[in-house]
Write a protein that binds this ligand. Structure first.
Ligand code: ZN
Length: 292
């Protein structure tokens, strides 16, 4: 079971999100047959998305899309305020390593964009795009928070894969200055910054998130919330019914004529849904009735 902790430090003037996502990443590896480099990049994106999800409330949700023009193709991740995350990459069979560690930058590429789309349950979606600066996701999201959300932040992400192609550890931390932060808070955080250089090692050495918070924040923090996080896809046959319906009568009749059935696969979790001929005919009948 993986957790996410939301905490305050520096007298409430600094906000902290920390999560371990090892099980989440292992579930993504199982569903998508990810190779280690692809698992690392998707895992880090899911880790950031879960922490950004924890900044939302109620039914709000967000999507992160990253296209770095690298071999992995697009990385797409959805998350919400309830600790759910799901995601996929275009090309799961990607693996690059450099000096015996995973090479995220080569895997993702660094010539492209990060899109963050938030559904704040208002009339329009809120969307924001920044150019990918480095291909190092912790650095690029630090830039995202500064430029798109005007929130100075420290972002650290870590992941380590085992030789049997499972994830050994994965997780991350985001530390954010609130509007009332003081100079002394910045000095304090700068003095702790080196501890975050290798977040994978912190995760390997401490199985408990509170131990990491203790170390990084020198014991000075107050926990606001602890919750579970999980890989969860809410797709269903009903949802894909409306997808097929939106193709329109002519297109569906074409499918009935040529394929006799339609098979739909969910990008996020690889679930397959089969729509048989009679189900498609029923759908056409319903659409025609609705039209008149
Ligand atoms: Zn799904």
């Amino acid at each position: 079971m993986n957790n996410l902790i939301k905490a305050l430090t520096c007298g409430g003037r600094v906000r902290v999100y920390i999560t371990n996502t090892t099980d989440v990443v292992n579930e993504a590896i199982r569903l998508h047959d990810l190779w280690p480099s692809a698992a690392s990049v998707l895992g880090k994106t899911m880790t950031v998305a879960l922490m950004m999800g924890a900044m939302l409330k109620g039914e709000e949700a967000l999507t992160i899309k990253i296209d770095g023009n690298g071999p992995i193709g697009n990385v797409v991740v959805d998350s919400d305020s309830k600790g759910n995350v799901r995601g996929y990459v275009d090309h799961p069979h990607v693996h690059f390593s450099k000096k015996a560690s995973l090479d995220d930058v080569t895997t993702l590429g660094y010539n492209g964009y990060i899109d963050v789309i938030k559904d704040l349950k208002l009339k329009d979606l809120y969307s924001s795009t920044i150019p990918l600066k480095t291909g190092d996701l912790a650095k690029d999201f630090t830039y995202y928070f500064a430029s798109s959300e005007q929130t100075p932040s420290i972002v650290a992400l870590g992941s380590t894969m085992s030789e049997d192609n499972t994830c050994k550890v994965s997780g991350g931390i985001i530390i954010q200055l609130m509007p009332g932060a003081l100079e002394e808070d910045i000095v304090f955080l700068e003095s702790r910054y080196n501890l975050l250089n290798n977040f994978s090692n912190l995760l390997l050495e401490h199985s408990n998130l509170e131990d990491i918070l203790n170390l990084v924040l020198d014991g000075k923090y107050e926990i606001l919330e602890t919750k579970e996080v999980r890989f969860y896809c809410d797709c269903s046959k009903d949802k894909f019914y409306s997808g097929i319906a939106s193709l329109g009568v002519t297109e569906i009749e074409d499918i009935i004529k040529t394929d006799k059935q339609a098979e739909v696969i969910c990008h996020y979790c690889n679930s397959q849904y089969l729509f048989k001929e009679d189900e498609l005919k029923q759908l056409v009948k319903g659409l025609k009735k609705w039209k008149h």
